[in-house]
Design a binder for this molecule. Sequence first.
Ligand code: GCU
Length: 618
Amino acid sequence: MTPSRRQILSAGAIGLPLAATPALVRSQPFTPVAPPRPPLAGLPSRSRTDLSGPWRYVLDPFDVAGRKPGVRRNVWEDRSTTDDGPLVEYEWASSPAIRVPGDWNTADPELFHYDGPAYFQRDLDGPPPDGRRRFLVFEAVNYRSRVWLNGEAIADHEGGFTPFEVEVTDRLRPGRNSLVVRADSRHAPETLPAEDFDWKNYGGITRPVWLVDLPATLIRDVFARLEGDDIVVDVALDGPDAAGAAVTVAITALGATATGRTDVRGIAQVRLAPGALTLWTPEQPALHDLDVTSDQDRLSERMGFRSLQTRGREILLNGRPRFLKGIALHEEPIGPNGGRVMDEAAARALLAEAKALGCDFVRLAHYPHAETTLRVADELGLLVWAEVPIYWEDVAYGSARTLDLARTMTAEMVLRDRNRCSIAFWSVANETPQTPERLRFLREVIGTVRALDPTRLVTAALNKNVDVGGVSDGEARLVVRDELGADLDVIAMNQYEGWYGSRRPGDIAQVSFGSVYDKPLIMSEFGADALAGHRGDRTERWTEDHQAWIFDETLKAISRSGSFAGVSPWLLKDFCSPRRWHGRFQNGWNRKGLIAPDGTRKQAFEVLRRFYRGARPA
Ligand code: GCU
Protein backbone atom coordinates (compact mmCIF):
# COMPACT_ATOMS: atom_id res chain seq x y z
CA MET A 1 0.00 0.00 0.00
CA THR A 2 1.47 3.34 -0.97
CA PRO A 3 2.05 5.58 2.02
CA SER A 4 -0.17 8.62 2.00
CA ARG A 5 1.44 12.03 2.08
CA ARG A 6 0.21 12.50 5.63
CA GLN A 7 1.65 9.17 6.71
CA ILE A 8 4.91 10.23 5.14
CA LEU A 9 4.90 13.55 7.00
CA SER A 10 4.49 11.91 10.36
CA ALA A 11 6.79 9.00 9.62
CA GLY A 12 9.93 8.20 11.53
CA ALA A 13 13.45 9.33 10.87
CA ILE A 14 15.58 8.03 8.11
CA GLY A 15 18.38 7.17 10.51
CA LEU A 16 17.63 3.52 11.10
CA PRO A 17 17.81 2.12 14.64
CA LEU A 18 20.71 -0.19 13.99
CA ALA A 19 21.49 -3.42 15.74
CA ALA A 20 25.15 -4.25 16.37
CA THR A 21 26.93 -3.44 13.15
CA PRO A 22 25.97 -6.36 10.93
CA ALA A 23 28.17 -7.35 8.03
CA LEU A 24 27.40 -4.86 5.28
CA VAL A 25 26.93 -7.42 2.55
CA ARG A 26 25.75 -6.52 -0.94
CA SER A 27 22.52 -8.47 -0.78
CA GLN A 28 21.52 -6.99 2.55
CA PRO A 29 17.70 -6.75 2.51
CA PHE A 30 16.41 -3.21 2.12
CA THR A 31 14.32 -2.60 5.19
CA PRO A 32 12.95 0.94 5.30
CA VAL A 33 11.94 1.60 8.91
CA ALA A 34 9.35 3.96 7.57
CA PRO A 35 8.69 5.88 4.35
CA PRO A 36 11.14 8.77 4.23
CA ARG A 37 10.30 11.82 6.30
CA PRO A 38 10.46 15.04 4.26
CA PRO A 39 13.99 16.43 4.36
CA LEU A 40 14.54 19.58 6.38
CA ALA A 41 12.95 22.38 4.34
CA GLY A 42 14.61 25.61 3.39
CA LEU A 43 18.17 24.45 4.10
CA PRO A 44 19.89 27.38 2.32
CA SER A 45 18.17 29.74 4.77
CA ARG A 46 19.09 27.69 7.86
CA SER A 47 21.95 27.97 10.36
CA ARG A 48 24.24 25.22 9.14
CA THR A 49 27.91 24.24 9.10
CA ASP A 50 29.33 23.12 5.78
CA LEU A 51 31.34 19.92 6.31
CA SER A 52 32.97 20.16 2.90
CA GLY A 53 36.74 19.88 2.76
CA PRO A 54 39.41 17.19 3.13
CA TRP A 55 38.18 13.96 4.74
CA ARG A 56 40.61 11.13 5.49
CA TYR A 57 39.84 7.88 3.68
CA VAL A 58 40.63 4.17 3.62
CA LEU A 59 39.76 1.83 0.71
CA ASP A 60 38.49 -1.65 1.57
CA PRO A 61 38.46 -3.54 -1.76
CA PHE A 62 37.87 -6.91 -0.08
CA ASP A 63 35.16 -5.43 2.18
CA VAL A 64 37.03 -6.93 5.09
CA ALA A 65 35.79 -4.41 7.67
CA GLY A 66 32.25 -4.86 6.34
CA ARG A 67 32.26 -8.66 6.28
CA LYS A 68 34.65 -9.48 9.12
CA PRO A 69 34.42 -6.66 11.68
CA GLY A 70 37.12 -6.79 14.30
CA VAL A 71 38.94 -4.35 16.52
CA ARG A 72 41.98 -4.27 14.25
CA ARG A 73 39.94 -2.89 11.37
CA ASN A 74 36.82 -1.29 12.83
CA VAL A 75 37.87 2.09 11.48
CA TRP A 76 34.60 3.64 12.73
CA GLU A 77 35.81 3.19 16.32
CA ASP A 78 38.68 5.60 15.55
CA ARG A 79 40.90 4.08 18.21
CA SER A 80 44.25 5.66 18.88
CA THR A 81 47.24 3.56 17.86
CA THR A 82 49.15 3.79 21.16
CA ASP A 83 51.30 0.82 22.07
CA ASP A 84 49.42 -0.16 25.20
CA GLY A 85 45.97 -0.48 23.61
CA PRO A 86 44.75 -3.32 21.35
CA LEU A 87 46.52 -3.58 17.99
CA VAL A 88 44.71 -1.54 15.34
CA GLU A 89 45.81 -1.49 11.72
CA TYR A 90 44.56 1.96 10.78
CA GLU A 91 45.38 5.51 11.82
CA TRP A 92 43.17 8.25 10.52
CA ALA A 93 45.74 11.01 11.10
CA SER A 94 48.19 9.30 8.72
CA SER A 95 45.61 8.26 6.10
CA PRO A 96 45.34 10.10 2.76
CA ALA A 97 42.63 12.73 2.33
CA ILE A 98 40.08 13.35 -0.42
CA ARG A 99 37.90 16.41 -0.90
CA VAL A 100 34.22 16.10 0.05
CA PRO A 101 31.98 16.52 -1.86
CA GLY A 102 33.85 14.51 -4.43
CA ASP A 103 34.04 11.24 -6.28
CA TRP A 104 37.17 9.16 -5.74
CA ASN A 105 37.31 8.25 -9.41
CA THR A 106 38.37 11.73 -10.56
CA ALA A 107 40.01 12.77 -7.28
CA ASP A 108 42.89 10.35 -7.83
CA PRO A 109 43.75 8.76 -11.20
CA GLU A 110 44.71 5.57 -9.36
CA LEU A 111 41.09 5.30 -8.15
CA PHE A 112 39.39 5.91 -11.51
CA HIS A 113 38.24 2.30 -11.80
CA TYR A 114 37.75 1.58 -8.08
CA ASP A 115 34.28 0.18 -7.35
CA GLY A 116 33.75 -0.95 -3.78
CA PRO A 117 33.58 0.18 -0.16
CA ALA A 118 35.63 3.06 1.24
CA TYR A 119 35.55 4.76 4.64
CA PHE A 120 35.80 8.51 5.22
CA GLN A 121 36.56 10.30 8.47
CA ARG A 122 36.61 13.85 9.77
CA ASP A 123 36.53 15.44 13.18
CA LEU A 124 33.44 17.39 14.14
CA ASP A 125 33.14 20.02 16.86
CA GLY A 126 30.12 19.53 19.10
CA PRO A 127 28.31 22.49 20.74
CA PRO A 128 27.78 22.84 24.49
CA PRO A 129 24.29 21.70 25.63
CA ASP A 130 21.94 24.51 24.60
CA GLY A 131 18.51 22.89 24.11
CA ARG A 132 18.78 23.17 20.31
CA ARG A 133 18.74 20.25 17.90
CA ARG A 134 21.45 19.16 15.45
CA PHE A 135 21.09 17.12 12.31
CA LEU A 136 23.62 15.71 9.88
CA VAL A 137 22.35 16.09 6.31
CA PHE A 138 24.00 14.14 3.47
CA GLU A 139 22.88 15.43 0.07
CA ALA A 140 24.09 12.21 -1.60
CA VAL A 141 26.46 9.29 -1.06
CA ASN A 142 26.88 6.80 -3.94
CA TYR A 143 25.73 4.10 -3.59
CA ARG A 144 25.10 2.55 -0.19
CA SER A 145 26.21 4.31 3.01
CA ARG A 146 26.47 3.85 6.76
CA VAL A 147 27.29 6.65 9.22
CA TRP A 148 29.00 6.36 12.62
CA LEU A 149 29.46 9.11 15.20
CA ASN A 150 32.01 8.43 17.94
CA GLY A 151 31.93 4.73 17.04
CA GLU A 152 28.10 4.38 17.14
CA ALA A 153 26.30 3.43 13.91
CA ILE A 154 23.58 6.03 13.47
CA ALA A 155 22.28 5.84 9.90
CA ASP A 156 22.07 3.62 6.83
CA HIS A 157 21.03 4.77 3.39
CA GLU A 158 20.74 3.22 -0.06
CA GLY A 159 20.62 5.23 -3.27
CA GLY A 160 23.29 7.36 -4.88
CA PHE A 161 21.30 10.49 -5.74
CA THR A 162 18.89 11.40 -2.92
CA PRO A 163 19.49 13.02 0.49
CA PHE A 164 19.25 11.53 3.94
CA GLU A 165 19.61 12.97 7.40
CA VAL A 166 20.07 11.83 10.98
CA GLU A 167 19.48 13.72 14.21
CA VAL A 168 22.63 13.85 16.35
CA THR A 169 21.40 16.13 19.14
CA ASP A 170 21.97 13.55 21.86
CA ARG A 171 25.06 11.98 20.31
CA LEU A 172 27.29 15.00 19.69
CA ARG A 173 29.49 15.75 22.66
CA PRO A 174 31.07 19.19 23.34
CA GLY A 175 34.50 19.41 21.68
CA ARG A 176 35.90 16.71 19.35
CA ASN A 177 33.68 14.10 17.75
CA SER A 178 34.71 11.54 15.15
CA LEU A 179 32.42 11.19 12.13
CA VAL A 180 32.97 8.14 9.90
CA VAL A 181 31.05 7.38 6.69
CA ARG A 182 31.20 4.17 4.66
CA ALA A 183 30.43 4.63 0.95
CA ASP A 184 30.05 1.43 -1.07
CA SER A 185 29.68 2.15 -4.78
CA ARG A 186 28.86 -1.43 -5.78
CA HIS A 187 25.56 -2.32 -7.46
CA ALA A 188 23.79 -5.67 -7.38
CA PRO A 189 20.79 -7.37 -9.03
CA GLU A 190 18.38 -5.69 -6.57
CA THR A 191 19.81 -2.18 -6.53
CA LEU A 192 18.61 0.88 -8.51
CA PRO A 193 20.07 1.13 -11.04
CA ALA A 194 20.91 -2.56 -11.24
CA GLU A 195 24.31 -3.73 -12.51
CA ASP A 196 24.28 -2.39 -16.08
CA PHE A 197 23.85 1.29 -16.94
CA ASP A 198 25.31 3.67 -19.47
CA TRP A 199 27.13 6.13 -17.22
CA LYS A 200 30.22 6.20 -14.97
CA ASN A 201 29.52 4.90 -11.49
CA TYR A 202 31.24 7.69 -9.56
CA GLY A 203 31.70 6.58 -5.95
CA GLY A 204 31.96 8.54 -2.73
CA ILE A 205 30.35 11.34 -0.74
CA THR A 206 29.43 13.07 -3.98
CA ARG A 207 27.33 15.98 -2.68
CA PRO A 208 27.66 18.34 0.32
CA VAL A 209 27.34 17.31 3.98
CA TRP A 210 25.87 19.75 6.53
CA LEU A 211 25.52 20.02 10.30
CA VAL A 212 22.25 21.89 10.77
CA ASP A 213 21.41 23.78 13.96
CA LEU A 214 17.68 24.09 14.76
CA PRO A 215 15.31 24.89 17.66
CA ALA A 216 13.61 22.21 19.72
CA THR A 217 10.37 22.56 17.72
CA LEU A 218 11.40 23.18 14.12
CA ILE A 219 9.70 23.68 10.79
CA ARG A 220 10.28 20.29 9.16
CA ASP A 221 8.41 20.53 5.87
CA VAL A 222 6.86 23.14 3.62
CA PHE A 223 4.96 22.29 0.43
CA ALA A 224 3.64 25.33 -1.46
CA ARG A 225 1.76 25.30 -4.76
CA LEU A 226 -0.69 27.34 -6.78
CA GLU A 227 -4.36 26.36 -6.51
CA GLY A 228 -6.47 28.63 -8.68
CA ASP A 229 -5.48 32.17 -7.70
CA ASP A 230 -4.34 31.13 -4.23
CA ILE A 231 -1.06 29.74 -2.94
CA VAL A 232 -1.72 26.77 -0.69
CA VAL A 233 1.03 25.93 1.80
CA ASP A 234 1.28 22.77 3.89
CA VAL A 235 3.55 23.26 6.91
CA ALA A 236 4.71 20.47 9.21
CA LEU A 237 6.38 21.17 12.55
CA ASP A 238 8.59 18.64 14.34
CA GLY A 239 9.23 18.74 18.08
CA PRO A 240 7.58 18.74 21.51
CA ASP A 241 5.46 21.85 20.78
CA ALA A 242 4.43 20.95 17.23
CA ALA A 243 0.70 20.46 17.95
CA GLY A 244 -1.63 23.46 18.16
CA ALA A 245 1.11 25.90 17.20
CA ALA A 246 0.67 29.11 15.20
CA VAL A 247 2.47 29.30 11.84
CA THR A 248 2.66 32.31 9.55
CA VAL A 249 3.35 32.22 5.81
CA ALA A 250 4.21 35.40 3.94
CA ILE A 251 5.38 36.67 0.58
CA THR A 252 6.38 40.10 1.74
CA ALA A 253 7.12 41.42 -1.74
CA LEU A 254 3.47 40.79 -2.63
CA GLY A 255 2.07 42.01 0.67
CA ALA A 256 0.57 38.56 1.20
CA THR A 257 0.49 36.91 4.62
CA ALA A 258 -1.65 34.34 6.38
CA THR A 259 -1.58 32.51 9.70
CA GLY A 260 -2.74 29.02 10.59
CA ARG A 261 -2.58 26.65 13.52
CA THR A 262 -1.17 23.12 13.41
CA ASP A 263 -3.34 20.10 14.21
CA VAL A 264 -2.53 17.33 16.66
CA ARG A 265 0.12 16.00 14.29
CA GLY A 266 1.82 19.35 13.95
CA ILE A 267 0.55 19.97 10.41
CA ALA A 268 -1.21 23.11 9.18
CA GLN A 269 -2.51 24.18 5.78
CA VAL A 270 -2.40 27.91 5.09
CA ARG A 271 -3.92 29.69 2.07
CA LEU A 272 -2.36 32.90 0.70
CA ALA A 273 -4.22 35.25 -1.65
CA PRO A 274 -1.23 36.87 -3.36
CA GLY A 275 -3.22 39.23 -5.57
CA ALA A 276 -1.18 40.31 -8.60
CA LEU A 277 1.17 37.31 -8.78
CA THR A 278 3.52 37.07 -11.78
CA LEU A 279 3.38 33.43 -12.81
CA TRP A 280 6.70 31.67 -13.46
CA THR A 281 7.57 30.91 -17.10
CA PRO A 282 10.88 30.10 -18.79
CA GLU A 283 10.76 33.51 -20.45
CA GLN A 284 9.97 35.29 -17.16
CA PRO A 285 11.13 33.01 -14.30
CA ALA A 286 9.57 35.10 -11.52
CA LEU A 287 10.67 33.89 -8.09
CA HIS A 288 9.43 35.05 -4.68
CA ASP A 289 10.72 34.60 -1.13
CA LEU A 290 8.18 32.55 0.79
CA ASP A 291 8.81 33.09 4.51
CA VAL A 292 7.46 30.61 7.05
CA THR A 293 7.54 31.47 10.74
CA SER A 294 6.59 29.56 13.87
CA ASP A 295 7.15 30.65 17.46
CA GLN A 296 10.58 28.97 17.59
CA ASP A 297 11.72 28.73 13.96
CA ARG A 298 11.70 30.49 10.62
CA LEU A 299 12.79 29.63 7.11
CA SER A 300 12.64 31.08 3.64
CA GLU A 301 12.12 29.25 0.34
CA ARG A 302 12.76 30.99 -2.99
CA MET A 303 9.91 29.79 -5.17
CA GLY A 304 8.07 30.32 -8.41
CA PHE A 305 4.37 29.62 -8.98
CA ARG A 306 2.82 28.31 -12.17
CA SER A 307 0.16 25.86 -13.33
CA LEU A 308 0.73 22.76 -15.44
CA GLN A 309 -1.93 20.67 -17.16
CA THR A 310 -2.47 18.52 -20.22
CA ARG A 311 -5.31 18.93 -22.72
CA GLY A 312 -5.48 16.08 -25.21
CA ARG A 313 -2.05 16.01 -26.81
CA GLU A 314 -1.09 19.45 -25.52
CA ILE A 315 0.97 20.49 -22.49
CA LEU A 316 -0.35 23.72 -20.97
CA LEU A 317 1.84 25.99 -18.87
CA ASN A 318 -0.33 28.59 -17.12
CA GLY A 319 -3.17 27.54 -19.40
CA ARG A 320 -1.27 28.05 -22.67
CA PRO A 321 -0.11 25.22 -24.99
CA ARG A 322 3.64 24.96 -25.32
CA PHE A 323 6.08 22.96 -27.47
CA LEU A 324 8.94 22.02 -25.13
CA LYS A 325 12.36 22.74 -26.61
CA GLY A 326 14.56 20.48 -24.55
CA ILE A 327 17.85 18.69 -24.18
CA ALA A 328 18.81 15.73 -22.00
CA LEU A 329 21.86 15.78 -19.74
CA HIS A 330 23.73 13.68 -17.23
CA GLU A 331 25.06 15.16 -13.99
CA GLU A 332 28.65 15.79 -14.98
CA PRO A 333 30.37 19.20 -15.00
CA ILE A 334 31.94 20.63 -18.14
CA GLY A 335 35.65 19.77 -17.97
CA PRO A 336 38.10 17.27 -19.45
CA ASN A 337 37.75 14.68 -16.64
CA GLY A 338 33.99 14.51 -16.04
CA GLY A 339 33.22 13.69 -12.42
CA ARG A 340 30.04 13.82 -10.33
CA VAL A 341 30.42 17.00 -8.30
CA MET A 342 27.89 19.60 -9.43
CA ASP A 343 28.28 22.80 -7.44
CA GLU A 344 26.35 25.95 -8.27
CA ALA A 345 28.99 27.30 -10.67
CA ALA A 346 29.13 24.00 -12.58
CA ALA A 347 25.33 23.85 -12.76
CA ARG A 348 25.17 27.40 -14.09
CA ALA A 349 27.80 26.63 -16.75
CA LEU A 350 25.99 23.48 -17.90
CA LEU A 351 22.48 24.95 -17.92
CA ALA A 352 23.80 28.08 -19.65
CA GLU A 353 24.61 25.84 -22.63
CA ALA A 354 21.00 24.61 -22.62
CA LYS A 355 19.78 28.22 -22.63
CA ALA A 356 22.26 29.02 -25.46
CA LEU A 357 20.61 26.21 -27.46
CA GLY A 358 17.30 28.03 -27.04
CA CYS A 359 15.94 25.42 -24.60
CA ASP A 360 13.10 25.98 -22.18
CA PHE A 361 13.26 22.36 -20.95
CA VAL A 362 15.91 19.91 -19.68
CA ARG A 363 15.64 16.18 -19.07
CA LEU A 364 17.85 15.52 -16.03
CA ALA A 365 18.72 11.89 -16.78
CA HIS A 366 18.60 9.21 -15.33
CA TYR A 367 18.54 9.96 -11.59
CA PRO A 368 17.76 12.91 -9.26
CA HIS A 369 20.33 15.64 -9.92
CA ALA A 370 21.80 17.87 -7.21
CA GLU A 371 19.41 20.27 -5.48
CA THR A 372 21.55 23.19 -6.60
CA THR A 373 20.85 22.27 -10.24
CA LEU A 374 17.09 22.48 -9.62
CA ARG A 375 17.46 25.85 -7.92
CA VAL A 376 19.47 27.14 -10.89
CA ALA A 377 16.81 25.78 -13.28
CA ASP A 378 14.15 27.69 -11.28
CA GLU A 379 16.22 30.85 -11.69
CA LEU A 380 17.23 30.48 -15.36
CA GLY A 381 13.75 29.44 -16.52
CA LEU A 382 14.09 25.79 -17.54
CA LEU A 383 11.27 23.27 -17.11
CA VAL A 384 12.66 20.01 -15.71
CA TRP A 385 12.06 16.30 -16.28
CA ALA A 386 13.26 14.61 -13.06
CA GLU A 387 13.80 10.84 -12.99
CA VAL A 388 14.52 7.91 -10.68
CA PRO A 389 17.09 5.32 -11.91
CA ILE A 390 14.60 2.54 -12.75
CA TYR A 391 16.65 1.85 -15.82
CA TRP A 392 16.60 -0.92 -18.45
CA GLU A 393 15.66 -4.60 -18.12
CA ASP A 394 18.19 -5.65 -15.43
CA VAL A 395 16.11 -4.18 -12.58
CA ALA A 396 14.63 -6.88 -10.29
CA TYR A 397 11.00 -6.00 -11.07
CA GLY A 398 9.79 -9.06 -9.14
CA SER A 399 11.68 -8.21 -5.96
CA ALA A 400 9.75 -6.79 -2.99
CA ARG A 401 13.00 -5.35 -1.69
CA THR A 402 13.66 -3.50 -4.92
CA LEU A 403 10.10 -2.20 -5.01
CA ASP A 404 10.46 -0.86 -1.44
CA LEU A 405 13.70 0.76 -2.50
CA ALA A 406 12.08 2.27 -5.62
CA ARG A 407 9.22 3.75 -3.63
CA THR A 408 11.55 5.13 -0.97
CA MET A 409 13.95 6.60 -3.55
CA THR A 410 11.03 8.14 -5.46
CA ALA A 411 9.62 9.63 -2.26
CA GLU A 412 13.04 11.05 -1.35
CA MET A 413 13.22 12.74 -4.76
CA VAL A 414 9.68 14.14 -4.68
CA LEU A 415 9.88 15.29 -1.07
CA ARG A 416 13.16 17.09 -1.73
CA ASP A 417 12.12 18.88 -4.92
CA ARG A 418 8.37 19.46 -4.96
CA ASN A 419 8.87 23.17 -4.13
CA ARG A 420 10.98 23.64 -7.25
CA CYS A 421 8.68 25.25 -9.83
CA SER A 422 11.02 24.18 -12.65
CA ILE A 423 10.01 20.55 -12.15
CA ALA A 424 7.21 19.68 -14.56
CA PHE A 425 7.60 15.90 -14.87
CA TRP A 426 8.34 13.06 -12.52
CA SER A 427 9.68 10.18 -14.64
CA VAL A 428 9.42 6.70 -13.16
CA ALA A 429 11.48 4.76 -15.71
CA ASN A 430 13.78 4.67 -18.70
CA GLU A 431 13.58 1.98 -21.40
CA THR A 432 12.03 -0.78 -19.29
CA PRO A 433 10.72 -4.12 -20.59
CA GLN A 434 6.99 -4.64 -21.29
CA THR A 435 6.48 -7.43 -18.72
CA PRO A 436 3.66 -7.91 -16.18
CA GLU A 437 6.18 -7.63 -13.31
CA ARG A 438 7.50 -4.28 -14.59
CA LEU A 439 3.96 -2.98 -15.08
CA ARG A 440 2.98 -3.86 -11.49
CA PHE A 441 6.26 -2.42 -10.20
CA LEU A 442 5.90 0.92 -12.02
CA ARG A 443 2.22 1.28 -11.12
CA GLU A 444 3.29 1.11 -7.45
CA VAL A 445 5.95 3.76 -8.05
CA ILE A 446 3.44 5.98 -9.87
CA GLY A 447 1.13 5.58 -6.87
CA THR A 448 3.88 6.84 -4.59
CA VAL A 449 4.44 9.90 -6.80
CA ARG A 450 0.77 10.80 -6.98
CA ALA A 451 0.32 10.41 -3.21
CA LEU A 452 3.11 12.91 -2.54
CA ASP A 453 2.60 15.39 -5.36
CA PRO A 454 -0.65 15.51 -7.34
CA THR A 455 0.42 18.77 -8.98
CA ARG A 456 2.89 17.47 -11.55
CA LEU A 457 2.81 15.25 -14.65
CA VAL A 458 3.98 11.63 -14.52
CA THR A 459 5.91 10.20 -17.44
CA ALA A 460 8.46 7.55 -18.46
CA ALA A 461 10.81 7.14 -21.43
CA LEU A 462 9.60 4.17 -23.51
CA ASN A 463 11.59 2.50 -26.25
CA LYS A 464 9.72 -0.63 -27.32
CA ASN A 465 8.02 1.30 -30.12
CA VAL A 466 6.23 -0.56 -32.94
CA ASP A 467 6.45 0.04 -36.71
CA VAL A 468 2.81 0.08 -37.85
CA GLY A 469 3.80 0.94 -41.41
CA GLY A 470 3.43 4.26 -43.17
CA VAL A 471 0.97 5.43 -45.76
CA SER A 472 2.86 3.95 -48.70
CA ASP A 473 5.36 1.14 -49.19
CA GLY A 474 8.77 1.65 -47.72
CA GLU A 475 7.48 4.11 -45.18
CA ALA A 476 7.67 3.40 -41.43
CA ARG A 477 5.54 4.77 -38.65
CA LEU A 478 7.03 4.09 -35.22
CA VAL A 479 4.36 4.20 -32.57
CA VAL A 480 4.28 3.98 -28.75
CA ARG A 481 1.83 1.25 -27.74
CA ASP A 482 3.34 0.38 -24.33
CA GLU A 483 0.50 -0.44 -21.93
CA LEU A 484 2.22 1.63 -19.23
CA GLY A 485 1.03 4.67 -21.25
CA ALA A 486 -2.44 4.25 -19.74
CA ASP A 487 -0.98 5.16 -16.33
CA LEU A 488 1.08 8.13 -17.52
CA ASP A 489 0.03 11.76 -18.01
CA VAL A 490 2.64 12.32 -20.73
CA ILE A 491 4.00 9.69 -23.14
CA ALA A 492 7.68 9.77 -24.09
CA MET A 493 9.62 7.76 -26.65
CA ASN A 494 13.33 7.09 -27.19
CA GLN A 495 14.11 6.34 -30.86
CA TYR A 496 17.57 6.46 -32.49
CA GLU A 497 16.73 6.27 -36.18
CA GLY A 498 19.88 6.46 -38.34
CA TRP A 499 22.21 5.43 -35.52
CA TYR A 500 20.88 2.23 -33.87
CA GLY A 501 19.02 -0.30 -36.03
CA SER A 502 19.08 -0.86 -39.77
CA ARG A 503 18.05 2.54 -41.09
CA ARG A 504 20.69 4.99 -42.23
CA PRO A 505 20.16 8.74 -41.84
CA GLY A 506 19.00 9.00 -45.44
CA ASP A 507 16.12 6.60 -44.63
CA ILE A 508 14.66 8.81 -41.91
CA ALA A 509 12.76 10.72 -44.56
CA GLN A 510 10.53 7.60 -44.77
CA VAL A 511 9.89 7.57 -41.02
CA SER A 512 7.26 9.22 -38.84
CA PHE A 513 6.45 8.84 -35.16
CA GLY A 514 3.28 8.65 -33.06
CA SER A 515 1.48 7.15 -30.09
CA VAL A 516 -1.80 5.31 -29.61
CA TYR A 517 -2.62 7.52 -26.62
CA ASP A 518 -4.55 10.77 -26.79
CA LYS A 519 -1.96 12.31 -24.48
CA PRO A 520 1.00 14.64 -25.01
CA LEU A 521 4.00 12.91 -26.62
CA ILE A 522 7.65 13.88 -26.08
CA MET A 523 10.60 12.56 -28.08
CA SER A 524 12.76 11.96 -25.01
CA GLU A 525 15.85 10.65 -26.81
CA PHE A 526 17.40 10.54 -30.27
CA GLY A 527 20.96 11.28 -31.40
CA ALA A 528 24.29 9.83 -32.48
CA ASP A 529 27.91 9.69 -31.38
CA ALA A 530 30.42 12.14 -32.87
CA LEU A 531 33.95 12.87 -31.78
CA ALA A 532 34.38 16.64 -31.54
CA GLY A 533 36.72 17.86 -34.26
CA HIS A 534 36.34 14.71 -36.37
CA ARG A 535 34.99 16.06 -39.67
CA GLY A 536 34.22 14.37 -42.97
CA ASP A 537 31.43 13.47 -45.35
CA ARG A 538 28.08 13.35 -43.59
CA THR A 539 27.74 9.69 -44.53
CA GLU A 540 30.82 8.88 -42.40
CA ARG A 541 29.89 7.59 -38.93
CA TRP A 542 31.43 9.26 -35.83
CA THR A 543 31.91 12.58 -37.65
CA GLU A 544 30.27 15.76 -36.45
CA ASP A 545 28.77 16.03 -39.93
CA HIS A 546 27.06 12.63 -39.53
CA GLN A 547 25.61 13.56 -36.14
CA ALA A 548 24.37 16.88 -37.57
CA TRP A 549 22.72 15.02 -40.48
CA ILE A 550 20.88 12.67 -38.08
CA PHE A 551 19.72 15.64 -36.02
CA ASP A 552 18.49 17.46 -39.10
CA GLU A 553 16.65 14.43 -40.51
CA THR A 554 15.09 13.45 -37.17
CA LEU A 555 13.92 16.98 -36.38
CA LYS A 556 12.27 17.13 -39.81
CA ALA A 557 10.58 13.78 -39.09
CA ILE A 558 9.37 15.09 -35.73
CA SER A 559 7.90 18.17 -37.39
CA ARG A 560 6.36 16.02 -40.16
CA SER A 561 4.79 13.62 -37.64
CA GLY A 562 2.67 16.41 -36.17
CA SER A 563 2.24 14.54 -32.91
CA PHE A 564 4.79 15.99 -30.48
CA ALA A 565 4.46 18.38 -27.54
CA GLY A 566 8.21 18.51 -27.00
CA VAL A 567 11.62 16.99 -27.62
CA SER A 568 14.75 16.39 -25.52
CA PRO A 569 17.50 15.01 -27.79
CA TRP A 570 20.27 12.84 -26.33
CA LEU A 571 22.16 14.91 -25.13
CA LEU A 572 23.90 18.12 -24.11
CA LYS A 573 27.44 16.93 -23.27
CA ASP A 574 29.57 13.84 -23.87
CA PHE A 575 29.71 11.80 -20.66
CA CYS A 576 31.90 9.11 -19.13
CA SER A 577 30.66 5.54 -19.58
CA PRO A 578 32.56 2.26 -19.12
CA ARG A 579 30.33 0.77 -21.86
CA ARG A 580 31.88 2.82 -24.66
CA TRP A 581 35.05 1.16 -25.96
CA HIS A 582 35.80 2.37 -29.49
CA GLY A 583 39.54 3.14 -29.40
CA ARG A 584 39.45 6.01 -31.92
CA PHE A 585 36.18 7.70 -31.09
CA GLN A 586 35.00 6.83 -27.57
CA ASN A 587 37.71 5.69 -25.10
CA GLY A 588 35.24 5.41 -22.22
CA TRP A 589 33.06 8.33 -23.31
CA ASN A 590 29.57 8.30 -24.77
CA ARG A 591 30.01 10.85 -27.58
CA LYS A 592 26.35 11.75 -28.24
CA GLY A 593 26.87 15.16 -26.68
CA LEU A 594 26.24 18.37 -28.62
CA ILE A 595 29.28 19.63 -26.75
CA ALA A 596 32.54 17.87 -25.97
CA PRO A 597 33.67 17.31 -22.35
CA ASP A 598 35.63 20.59 -22.47
CA GLY A 599 32.59 22.52 -23.73
CA THR A 600 33.54 22.65 -27.43
CA ARG A 601 30.30 22.82 -29.45
CA LYS A 602 29.81 20.35 -32.30
CA GLN A 603 28.03 20.99 -35.63
CA ALA A 604 24.75 19.48 -34.37
CA PHE A 605 24.54 22.15 -31.65
CA GLU A 606 23.78 24.71 -34.35
CA VAL A 607 21.29 22.39 -36.10
CA LEU A 608 19.23 22.09 -32.90
CA ARG A 609 19.55 25.78 -32.08
CA ARG A 610 18.22 26.73 -35.53
CA PHE A 611 15.32 24.31 -35.12
CA TYR A 612 14.40 25.79 -31.75
CA ARG A 613 14.52 29.30 -33.12
CA GLY A 614 11.78 28.33 -35.57
CA ALA A 615 9.98 25.91 -33.21
CA ARG A 616 6.20 25.99 -32.91
CA PRO A 617 3.69 23.60 -31.38
CA ALA A 618 3.84 20.54 -33.66
C1 GCU B 1 19.55 4.78 -24.32
C2 GCU B 1 19.58 5.20 -22.87
C3 GCU B 1 20.68 6.19 -22.56
C4 GCU B 1 21.93 5.82 -23.34
C5 GCU B 1 21.61 6.04 -24.80
C6 GCU B 1 22.79 5.68 -25.70
O1 GCU B 1 18.43 5.23 -24.91
O2 GCU B 1 18.35 5.74 -22.43
O3 GCU B 1 20.93 6.14 -21.15
O4 GCU B 1 23.04 6.61 -22.94
O5 GCU B 1 20.54 5.22 -25.21
O6 GCU B 1 22.82 4.54 -26.18
O7 GCU B 1 23.68 6.53 -25.87
